[in-house]
Design a protein around this ligand. Structure first.
Ligand code: WQD
Length: 344
């Protein structure tokens, strides 16, 4: 059924989630054997069938809580030689983290510390960790470079990313790459994988696609009086497949140099909320009902990445456009609608 035996094993925690599932497919495509650990707290088991369709293989998946050190040690003692871990598994809702900080610290810090312990105990050479542009707060300069100061976090979620980076730097002098994601959007071009927000989406693009499909009355644009080109906030929106490929590039880098390091992963381009809406309307042919409302507390005006370091060291650049990403996100939303109506 498969040709696993010679493939180097990479454990992907949170491998059934949005970025994790796309990364599993890219790892398989370049010759690794990805092994998923996911407790499905914010993902769906049927995503594994989609991964199977894309890889034409059964990818091993273990339903485990990554913060459970005993269970994790038991699993790793059975897996044989694993050459790398990509650690996505974490809670990611900013607002939920404000309401339940204890849940975020316990899960996000507990699972990362367990992963570091496992890496050391089982001599796993490489670790890639998901961090976020949120660590920069209001950036010292734009485009933001990796050496910009980190600012006090504006939420417990952001705090777990900063602390996570620190945990790695304090304990792993070698063998770890931290990727600071900008705003991941889009979906797999096949239409088979994409984002599955739980409840009302907080992020812009899933809110846009759910509004266009009719699940939401209208889109609220938070703030039109920012000092930007059109008054709305500016972000760096990165296609999830490009982001997935950045993880593969980070693993290659770790194979050639063991240095622990940090990289921005974005497009290098800032787009305003209005530009995202206009581009979505153009690629989808849908008119979005929009209401302009007050600023959302905690939002920063503008941020976009300088990706020069990743280009140079990881030989990685984003290749998809904003149009591509919004088109793929829209195709995904439409495919979910068809799926739901078939199931009904
Ligand atoms: C983008 C822009 C909103 C929704 C957050 C986290 C970050 C990362 C990604 C990861 C902003 C505006 C949004 C809406 C709107 N988290 N907006 N109407 O805030 O840059 O980053 O998500 O898992 O850590 O902080 O992304 O998509 O929420 O917002 O006008 O309904 O869209 O105000 O300007 P953000 P976002």
């Amino acid at each position: 059924m498969n040709n696993y035996s010679n493939r180097p094993k990479i454990v992907v925690t949170g491998g059934a989630g949005f970025i994790g599932s796309h990364t599993v497919v890219e790892l398989w495509n370049v010759g690794y054997e990805p092994i998923i650990i996911d407790n499905f707290s914010n993902s769906q088991p049927w995503i594994l069938d989609r991964i199977k369709q894309l890889t034409t293989n059964d990818i091993q998946c273990y339903d485990l809580d990554c913060a459970n050190q005993v269970a994790m040690e038991d699993l790793f003692s059975q897996l044989g030689q694993v050459i790398g871990i990509i650690h996505f598994a974490a809670y990611k809702s900013v607002s939920e983290s404000v309401a339940h900080p204890e849940k975020y610290y316990a899960n996000n810090m507990g699972s990362l510390q367990t992963i570091i312990n496992i890496k050391e105990k089982f001599n796993i050479p490489d670790l890639v960790f998901s961090s976020s542009a949120t660590v920069y707060g209001v950036a010292d300069h734009l485009p933001v470079t990796e050496d910009c100061d980190l600012k006090p976090a504006s939420s417990p979620y952001g705090e777990t990313k900063q602390l996570g980076e620190q945990l790695i730097k304090d304990q792993l002098e070698t063998g770890a790459i931290i990727l600071r994601y900008f705003n991941p959007i889009g979906a797999h071009p096949s239409g088979l994988l994409g984002e599955l927000p739980s409840g009302v989406p907080q992020n812009l693009v899933p809110f846009i696609t759910q509004t266009a499909i009719g699940d939401r009355d209208h889109l609220q644009v938070f703030g039109t009086d920012y000092e930007t080109k059109d008054g709305t906030c500016v972000r760096d929106y990165i296609h999830v497949v490009d982001l997935a490929k950045a993880h593969v590039a980070a693993l290659s880098r770790l194979l050639s140099t063991r240095r622990t390091d940090v990289y921005n992963i974005g497009t290098g381009k800032g787009n305003s909320v209005r530009e995202v809406i206009e581009t979505f309307e153009k690629v989808s042919g849908e008119q979005l009902p929009v209401k302009y409302v007050d600023r959302r507390p905690g939002d920063i005006e503008s941020i976009y990445a300088d990706c020069g370091k990743a280009a140079l060291a990881l030989h990685w650049n984003a290749t998809y456009t904003l149009e591509d990403a919004l088109m793929h996100a829209w195709q995904w939303e439409q495919s979910l609608k068809i799926e739901k109506s078939n199931a009904a």
